[in-house]
Design a protein around this ligand. Structure first.
Ligand code: PMP
Length: 423
């Protein structure tokens, strides 16, 4: 379709890999859900800045001042990209996992947490010091909202509570009814954090419009290099919490007390949770990615991705042995992340063959969402097998799955090769 935008240039698009069948082929990176290749634009921006970087918040020199300005400007760029409200804080972290652990450490005393069993482990597991209610996997978006409402109706309406929910599943790619879940949470006096690790690379999002209290995401899935992430949202719980890390940068003043101890006054801004010298390049590259995606135009990127999703789904539908994993069914809105099993095939062998024979990189396993994948595969939910568990024997159920995922840098040829290979 000529109206579709071209894939955005990304690093590694000309890398060739050897095939076991002989010869070599350009690598088809179809594992964006794990880590997306960095946009060339982001890399160029970082390379242009690299000779000038200096310490942030810690130097009087020209380059330190420049770096501090760029660092704080990156915060403003991310604030705008996420459609945050005035007064929302943007805290730079290492990743989505780090962001959600930060929030878990900042929960007020006695906070209850509500989380669907379908979450990625990064949003399922950080709430170790709270009373957690795990909600069963819903089979429709409407059921998700009803399940949450039912669970919240039974709680103490005066105590603090947090709902944690994913924006788009890292297993099925299905988009969750975030606005409705946020409304349900707020109607019952709870707050909500959105795990947007898989949503931000594929969809524009607005914290204000969705009315979520916080959002978390990772740079390495948003076409920036590894090592940086974001927690953005309401300032109050973050301001009142103990600093996530104690150290320089988080403390405003430190003084010896008359009794010999140490008195610390902590910052009340995002700096409170950003102790230590920050990952300047990581933060700068997240902002560069936000700008590059905005400039490319999300509408066009979404349209292109829909076109790729349709190609993959139509192709896989022609292979009777393929079963796509889905909670919400065919009509659910989705991003470019699809998981499936192939009758008669070990998923790990299948993924290895895609790599060795076709130069296609996908992922196999349970995708750090063990309860969800087991529910989708119909295997024993109490099974404690590892990621990449051995495959079932003939006629038995698969114990793991194959995931294909793509995005703004994916040319049609990659998904066409993938469909051909599966066939
Ligand atoms: N949430 C979701 C939905 C994810 O897909 C991932 C990464 N697979 C994470 C959280 C964790 O992200 P990170 O590894 O960057 O912390």
């Amino acid at each position: 379709d000529p109206s579709l935008c071209a894939p955005l240039p990304v690093l590694g698009r000309d890398v060739t890999v050897p095939l076991v069948t002989g010869g070599e082929v350009t690598y088809a990176a179809l594992d964006y859900a794990a880590s997306a290749p960095a946009l060339q634009r982001v890399w160029d921006d970082v390379a242009a800045y690299a000779p000038y970087y200096g310490s942030v918040h810690r130097g009087a020199g020209y380059l330190s001042q420049l770096s501090t300005d760029l660092f704080e400007n990156s915060r403003a760029v991310v604030h705008g990209f996420l459609g945050c409200r005035d007064g929302d804080q943007v805290v730079f972290t290492r990743s989505t996992t780090d962001s959600l652990n930060l929030l878990a450490a900042a929960l007020p005393a006695g906070c209850e947490v509500f989380v669907f069993e379908t979450e990625h482990h990064a949003s399922l597991l950080p709430w170790r010091n709270a009373r957690v209610t795990y909600l069963d996997a819903p089979r429709t978006p409407g059921e998700a909202v009803r399940t949450l409402e039912h669970a919240l109706a039974g709680r103490d309406p005066y105590g603090p509570a947090l709902v944690c929910v994913t924006g788009a599943s890292n297993v099925t790619g299905e988009v969750w009814p975030v606005r409705e879940l946020a409304a349900a949470a707020h109607a019952h006096g709870a707050r909500i954090v959105l795990d947007a690790a898989q949503l931000t690379p594929h969809h524009p999002l607005s914290v204000e419009e969705l009315d979520v209290d916080w959002v978390a995401f990772s740079g390495h899935k948003l076409y920036a290099p590894f090592g940086s992430g974001v927690l953005a949202g309401r300032a109050d719980w973050l301001r009142e919490a103990e600093p996530y890390l104690a150290g320089g940068g988080a403390s405003r003043t430190v003084a010896r007390r008359a009794d010999g101890g140490v008195e610390v006054e902590w910052h009340t801004t995002a700096a409170r949770h950003e102790a230590g010298s920050p990952n300047v390049i990581g933060v700068y590259s997240i902002a560069a990615a936000c700008k590059a995606l905005t400039e490319a135009g999300f509408d066009r990127l979404v349209a292109r991705e829909r076109h790729l999703i349709a190609k993959v789904r139509e192709g896989l539908a022609e292979v009777p042995e393929v079963r796509l994993l889905s909670l919400f069914g065919d009509d659910a809105p989705r991003v470019g992340v699809l998981s499936f099993v192939v009758d008669g095939w070990n998923s790990s062998h299948f993924a290895a063959a895609l790599s060795a024979e076709y130069g296609i990189g996908v992922r196999d396993g349970l995708f750090c969402a063990h309860p969800l994948v087991r529910t989708l595969l119909g295997s024993d939910p109490q099974d404690v097998g590892e990621c990449g568990a051995p495959e079932a024997g003939p006629g038995e159920k698969s114990l793991n799955a194959i995931r294909v995922s793509f995005g703004a840098g994916t040319p049609d040829e990659h998904v066409e090769r993938f469909v051909r290979a599966v066939k």
